[in-house]
Design a protein. Structure first.
Length: 87
């Protein structure tokens, strides 16, 4: 039972820090750049599940993560291209 409290405390602290840093990022950063990064939570959760609990994701998880990463790269590339044309 004491180990469950330590795990719960870790979840609470990491959740708080996540919200704190996301709020600061939205306060100081460019929204069009930061918004697609929300979808990286799925990728990080998959990696964390693999690293901590040795979960082996199924193929559709890998496909979904690849789609998320590719779409974020495409959005970032397009935003940079638009920004260069505006100068």
């Amino acid at each position: 039972l004491p180990s469950a409290y330590a795990l719960l405390a870790g979840i609470i602290i990491s959740g708080f820090l996540s919200q704190f840093f996301k709020n600061n990022a939205y306060k100081h950063g460019e929204i069009s750049f930061l918004s697609p990064l929300i979808y990286f939570n799925i990728v990080w959760a998959t990696l964390l599940g693999w690293a901590v609990w040795k979960e082996i994701p199924e193929i559709h998880v890998y496909i979904g993560c690849a789609i998320i990463i590719c779409s974020n790269l495409l959005i970032t590339w397009k935003e940079q291209k638009i920004a260069r044309n505006d100068v």
